[in-house]
Design a protein around this ligand. Structure first.
Ligand code: CMP
Length: 139
């Protein structure tokens, strides 16, 4: 048994294209518990702090501009082995390389506009959940 928590984002393209419901349905079908959920329009500063590990990379300016395009949905998820399982459900970072049936294959447009985010490890998950949620926001 490895009950974990992870952090997920429904990115601006998936929100604008009307896929919030389908993505949340996929999360619930998988049996994950949603223990935090909110919408937000991110600021430059918030995006920079969140993606701090990518700040110097060539793709960062595109990523920042994309994440500011419109509102996002922020979620804290809980479940057995949820970190790996949510990443499986999302599919590969590049939607063109993501398997059929994954969310990025279904809703992503390219490696930047890839529809959803998920933490990659327990330490990252902890940092990312606490970056956007206070203990009061988590049920
Ligand atoms: P995400 O899982 O949110 O983590 C970092 C984000 O950077 C990634 O999804 C993509 O949206 C974006 N990105 C753009 N280009 C690349 C790239 N070449 N490799 C990894 N991530 C990229």
């Amino acid at each position: 048994m490895d009950l974990q928590r992870t952090f997920a984002i429904i990115k601006p393209n998936a929100v604008r294209n009307g896929h919030i419901g389908e993505i949340i349905s996929a999360i619930e079908r998988e049996g994950f518990t949603i223990h935090g959920l909110r919408m937000a329009q991110l600021s430059k500063e918030l995006v920079r702090g969140f993606y701090i590990d990518h700040l110097g990379k060539a793709f960062y300016p595109n990523l920042e501009a994309f994440m500011l395009e419109g509102p996002v949905v922020l979620m804290a998820l809980e479940g057995e082995n949820v970190i790996a399982r949510w990443r499986e459900l999302m599919g590969a970072t590049d939607p063109a390389k993501a398997s059929a049936g994954t969310l990025r294959r279904a809703f992503g447009e390219d490696v930047t506009r890839n529809a959803v985010h998920g933490s990659d490890a327990p330490e990252t998950a902890q940092r990312e959940v606490m970056y956007f949620f206070s203990a009061f926001d988590l049920v």
